[in-house]
Design a protein around this ligand. Structure first.
Ligand code: FAD
Length: 309
């Protein structure tokens, strides 16, 4: 059995593993895909002290750093169930292949994924104009015309944020009204370089020469197809935490995020969580790494206080 078993091999899981291993305790990392979301990322320019990197490079660096220590890495393995150990007992994590791993403390770092539009062009132009994170990719569109798809809080926040960087923002909302908080909507409407289109169903991201050149949508009130020429599309229709397998075992927020306190403690003693799968505000690499370190130190604290053998 492990002292600490980390589920997830992204920035949060890698940081948790390094911090645990440095305490000289038996540490394991289980990951469906080591590296996590960063593997799908091209330019990364906001990991402080690393001015420019890219996803695959950072993913490799995460793995190399973990391998500096005696950590058992179980890549390409999916956790399917968590059975809490109760007072002093071992927690059990069941894998897709039927194996069961036991640990005194578990750190959940399974991340999240962006909800996709599922329209033609989205995959083809991903990272070539189709983006999901305004904090990450906003500056790449300086002075250009972009669309934000989604009129909830994250879409309207993204539009306000981008309006300060890009030339023009067109925000498209599927329904007949924006769903964001009134204060955000007021701010949005005060901006001169933002156009809002409601009742718009995005039907295609168009492009040429390997990059986005527009977005097609159907006006749901008239049924007519429209096309806007632009250079970027930010999809802001939700971030889905990878926590389905924890439903009923661990307290989740109404968005499915694992509820944690400031130390990364979940509702189950001895089970900690970090990164994009949790209620942590703002989902970013540097934040996930810090959260992984926090959860790991809290897990160590738990171990030295608990009576588990
Ligand atoms: P993740 O990176 O999502 O890692 C989760 C890990 O858990 C993975 O290893 C996954 O395989 C594993 N996992 C999931 N479910 C299971 C399971 N059931 N069993 C076992 N393993 C499981 N952030 C920035 O700061 N700067 C950027 O420039 C930037 N650009 C981005 C661009 C794109 C296209 C995307 C998608 C994200 C970007 N982000 C960026 C966000 C950043 O990638 C995330 O905030 C960060 O990766 C979160 O780290 P994490 O460890 O919490 O989760």
């Amino acid at each position: 059995p492990f002292d600490v078993l980390v589920v997830g091999g992204g920035p949060a899981g890698a940081a948790a593993a390094v911090y645990a291993a440095r305490k000289g305790i038996r540490t394991g990392v289980l990951a469906e895909r080591f590296g996590g979301q960063v593997m799908d990322t091209l330019a990364i320019e906001n990991l402080i002290s690393v001015p420019h990197t890219d996803g695959p490079k950072l993913g490799r660096a995460l793995e190399e750093h973990v391998k500096e220590y005696a950590v058992e890495i179980m890549n390409l393995q999916k956790a399917e169930a968590l059975v809490p150990g109760g007072a002093g007992g071992y927690h059990a994590v069941r894998l897709g292949n039927g194996a069961v791993l036991k640990a005194k403390a578990v750190i959940l770092a399974t991340g999240a994924r962006w909800r996709e539009l599922n329209v033609p062009g989205e995959q083809e132009y991903r990272g070539k104009g189709v983006a999901y994170c305004p904090h990450c990719d906003g500056p790449l569109f300086k002075g250009k015309h972009v669309a934000v798809v989604g009129g909830g809080n994250s879409g309207v926040e993204a539009a306000i944020d981008l309006a300060g960087i890009v030339g023009h923002v067109t925000l498209l909302e599927f329904g007949d009204a924006l769903r964001a908080d009134a204060v955000l909507q007021n701010k949005l409407h005060s901006l001169a370089n933002v156009t809002v289109i409601k009742s718009a169903q995005t039907t295609e991201v168009t492009g040429a020469d390997g990059k986005v050149n527009g977005l097609a949508y159907t006006d749901r009130t008239t049924g007519q197809s429209q096309h806007i020429a632009l250079e970027g599309v930010f999809v802001q229709i939700g971030l889905l935490p990878n926590t389905d397998w924890l439903k009923g075992t661990i307290e989740l927020s109404r968005f499915g995020e694992i509820v944690i306190d400031a130390r990364g403690q979940t509702s189950v003693p001895g089970v900690f969580a970090a990164g994009d799968c949790t209620t942590v505000p703002y989902k970013q690499i540097i934040i996930a790494m810090g959260a992984g370190a926090t959860a790991s130190l809290a897990a160590f604290d738990h171990l030295i206080r608990s009576s588990a053998p």
